[in-house]
Each structure stands twice: as structure tokens, then as C-alpha cells.
Design a protein around this ligand. Structure first.
Ligand code: KIV
Length: 264
């Protein structure tokens, strides 16, 4: 049986120059396929609010829903390191609530939690890390703040915002995060952050210079019908394959060719 990946294994990968590969998953079956394929990290992302639940943003995802999905994913995983997103309002209201919610995700089987934010979440990150809860950071485009930044546009494009990104990244590293997601950050800014941190960066739509990459599973499998970010490489025309399979099944049932007659 594959040995479960640990935090030190993840940090060693950066030291050895090995890329980290992460995908999102939200249920048992996909988690099993990803794990068997050899994925390093699985993120139970609050992107489930969009690709599973059909909302326009991630804001409606609740703690109860995250716990439900984390438990399902963990049941399918032998080796991968499972990270759970802390959903909107689960860590912003008070430190006490945030600690309890992070703890519930760990109780559900996650190995770490992911929080969006920079300087403003440093005290919370320190507290969680002190309590033994590994934290993954998330900078650049932060979907929980999409209204405030005016949409899904590339971040850290000008010198001032690049410096701010670098300051936030260094401060988060100092506060104890073990890894940092950089979402939709200008590739040169992602290169600068990656080069200045000891911990691995994991990019999404941030170019090739990060220590690893993450994609939303439904995007890379072509399963999300509404929208596909331009940086996504689509590895399967999943939506079309599903539709064709279902059309074939409908045809077979309507024509009486499925189920076959018992003497066929
Ligand atoms: O929720 C999510 O899927 C994420 C990824 C986009 C990194 O946070």
C-alpha cells in the first residue's frame, strides 16, 4: 500500500526541485481515481460551491458542507495529502470560531486547512500553527473577495501590488504556513515569490515558475458547463463524453435494446 505523503515529504519536494501536483476533489470516487493516479495533494476546495452546487461564487459554502465533502474525499485516499478550504465566514468572524472550524475540518480527516488572506490573517495563522493545525496560504486572486477586487482578473501586475504580494507571502511564511497557493498572479510576481520562500508555492493561472500547480478538477476534465478559465488545459472532453453516454442510454431504453431480453 502507498505510504501517505507527510508535511516533511512536501517540503522536501521543493528542496529537491520536484514539482508538487494538486487537484481539487469533492467526493469519494474522484478522490480514489486521483489518489491511484499518484496526485500529491487533494484540495477539497470551496470551488465546490460553483462546480458542484452551481452557485456563481464560493460564498454560499457552509462548514457542514465542507465537512461532508472532506469526509467523502478522505475515504477514497491512501497516499495524497488532503487539504480543506475554510469557507467564507468560517474564519473571519472571530479567532475562537476560526479555531473551532479549522479543528472540525481536521476531525473530518483533512491534514491541513487553507485560508485566503495576507497580513490581516497572520495572528490567526500563528495560532492555528501553534495548535498543531497545518495551514496552507492563498494569495493573489482570492475568490472569497472577488467583489472587492472587481472580478477574476490577474493580480500583482504593477510594481506596488507585486511588492505587497511579496510582503504578504513572506509574512505568511514567517507565521508558519507550509505552502502557498498563488492564484492568477502575474508569472513574474509568482517567480519572485517562489524564489524568495523556503516553502513551496502552488500556482493556478500564475505561470510556470511556481513549485507546483493546482487546477479545479471539473475544469481540467471539461465537466463544468458554465465557464472555463483561459489558463486551464483541458485533459478530457468530459462534458461531451457524459452527454453522449447518457444520450446512448436514453436511446437504448427508449428503443427497448436495454436491458437485453433474458434469452438474448
Ligand atoms: O477552491 C478552490 O478550488 C481553490 C483553488 C482554486 C486553489 O481554492
Amino acid at each position: 500500500m502507498a505510504k501517505p505523503l507527510t508535511l516533511p515529504d512536501i517540503l522536501k519536494k521543493k528542496q529537491r526541485g520536484e514539482k508538487l501536483v494538486m487537484l481539487t476533489a469533492y467526493d469519494y470516487s474522484f478522490a480514489r481515481w486521483l489518489d491511484e493516479a499518484g496526485i500529491d495533494l487533494i484540495l477539497v476546495g470551496d470551488s465546490l460551491g460553483m462546480v458542484v452546487q452551481g452557485h456563481a461564487t464560493t460564498h454560499r459554502v457552509t462548514m457542514e458542507q465542507m465537512i461532508y465533502h472532506v469526509e467523502a474525499v478522505v475515504r477514497g485516499v491512501r497516499r495524497a495529502f488532503v487539504v480543506a478550504d475554510m469557507p467564507f465566514l468560517s474564519y473571519q468572524v472571530s479567532e475562537e470560531e476560526a479555531i473551532r472550524n479549522a479543528g472540525r475540518l481536521i476531525q473530518a480527516g483533512a491534514k491541513a486547512v487553507k485560508l485566503e488572506g495576507g497580513q490581516e490573517i497572520l495572528p490567526l495563522v500563528r495560532r492555528l500553527v501553534d495548535l498543531g493545525i497545518p495551514v496552507m496560504g492563498h494569495l493573489g486572486l482570492m475568490p472569497q473577495r472577488v467583489q472587492a477586487v472587481g472580478g477574476y482578473r490577474t493580480q500583482a501586475v504593477d510594481a506596488t501590488s507585486r511588492e505587497q504580494l511579496l510582503r504578504d507571502a513572506r509574512a505568511l511564511e514567517e507565521a508558519g504556513i507550509f505552502s502557498l497557493v498563488l492564484e492568477k498572479v502575474h508569472p513574474e510576481a509568482a517567480r519572485a515569490v517562489t524564489g524568495s520562500l523556503q516553502i513551496p508555492t502552488i500556482g493556478i493561472g500564475s505561470g510556470p515558475h511556481c513549485d507546483g500547480q493546482v487546477l479545479v478538477l471539473h475544469d481540467m476534465l471539461g465537466l463544468y458547463p458554465d465557464f472555463r478559465p483561459p489558463f486551464v488545459r483541458v485533459y478530457l472532453d468530459g462534458g461531451r463524453l457524459v452527454r453522449e453516454a447518457v444520450e446512448a442510454y436514453i436511446r437504448d431504453v427508449r428503443q427497448g435494446t436495454y436491458p437485453p431480453s433474458s434469452d438474448a
